[in-house]
Design a protein around this ligand. Sequence first.
Ligand SMILES: O=C(O)CCC(=O)C(=O)O
Length: 253
Amino acid sequence: MALTASQLETFRHDGYLILPRYVAQADCEAMLADARAQLAAATLPLEFEADVGYAGAPVSREAQGGQTVRRLLKAYDRGDALRRWATRPDLVESLAQIFGEDVVLTLAHHNCVMTKHPHFGTATGWHRDIRYWSFPQNSLISVWLALGQETRENGALRFIPGSHREQLKPHQLDSLDFLRPDEPDNQPLVARGQQVALAQGDVVLFHSGLFHAAGRNEGDTTKFSVVFAYRGESNPPTPGTRSASAGEIALGH
Ligand SMILES: O=C(O)CCC(=O)C(=O)O
């Protein structure tokens, strides 16, 4: 199940790699059942759309739609099915191939089930995951698992292939480190954006320096995706930062 030379080259070149049907339906359904139950029970910790404050989000938790959950946080502690997925040996082996060294799961970043709801599930602008993370190298890998269909209509991911290898100028980013949509210098970059469609069980590995974005959920059911982040063992978080604050799981190779 390890990655082929061609898959490794795709990841190196594009900054992302799709692994179709990587997780069995039964495993996806088990994670989905846990996530739905915890969403219904509002099991803490949660992040709300109102907390994120993106365009179109409810202005507060008290406003209409203010109780819309964007993420079930601390996914690693939310049951055996999620924990088994986060530590699956062939996934770890694939990540070790990319890193060229042992793999560590960071619990400080992602570590969540994204629950993008209809109506109040907002779009995310073009950004790099590394922007608020503190590691000597920007080469972490985010692992995104679709628990159901992800399409343009329900707010699936878009990637700018190769953007993890590009140096940007400060004026291309806004104060939150999103690509400025109105900046002429960003137009060629954004025009290269690729919409990704995923089926249940599909996985995307993407580099933490890769620009990606996602749309609103214009559908009528909530979209569930599991996201964990991993680093190579030689790239530990900077002491004293948020990246070093939540613990890690050493996974070997
Ligand atoms: O589903 C989304 O809106 C995008 C989420 C995302 O890109 C992230 O959490 O880094």
